[in-house]
Design a protein around this ligand. Structure first.
Ligand code: DQA
Length: 151
């Protein structure tokens, strides 16, 4: 079975508590459960990782090399500041999709800047937690298109 690594950045562990008017009421542990179910429906095995530390996210992306087939990333605030995270994605060369629960383009100006968008197949913004499911669907299509049939 193909393996996908889903990475969530700082404060994503506060989902459900954190600004529910922006990020919704689903808790982080409910999100993790849903990602795993959606992934298995699409023929993926998902591992979900969250960290509040940029270097830990870089380490996890590097460790994915040779063990995972694809990445889904919501680097949260590091989206708008990190050069190390996109460098790590480029280094491992895995197909990646960027997800943001909120519509970052209609919020503060600084949220319109994404350093990881250029290294991702697509960026999904403002679709709530469904964005993670859409990311998995896109990665499934990409893997099939590249001839790497999911079994
Ligand atoms: C976020 C958007 C970011 O701007 C913010 O810093 C986050 C969450 C989102 O999922 O909408 O922490 O990535």
């Amino acid at each position: 079975m193909r393996k996908v690594l889903v990475i969530n950045g700082p404060n994503m562990n506060m989902l459900g508590i954190r600004e529910p008017e922006i990020y919704g009421k689903t808790t982080y542990s409910q999100l993790v459960d849903m990602i795993k179910i959606w992934a298995s429906e699409l023929g993926f095995e998902a591992e979900v990782f969250q960290s509040n530390h940029e270097g830990d996210i870089v380490d996890r992306i590097q460790q994915a090399y040779g063990f995972f087939d694809a990445l889904v990333l919501n680097p949260a605030a590091y989206t708008h500041t990190s050069v190390a995270i996109p460098d790590a994605i480029r280094a491992v060369g895995l197909p990646a999709v960027e997800v943001h629960i909120s519509d970052v383009d209609s919020r503060e100006d600084f949220r319109r800047i994404s350093y990881i968008a250029p290294v991702c197949i697509v960026s999904i913004k403002g679709h709530g937690i469904d964005g993670y499911r859409e990311a998995l669907e896109i990665l499934k299509k990409r893997i099939i298109k590249d001839g790497l049939q999911i079994c």
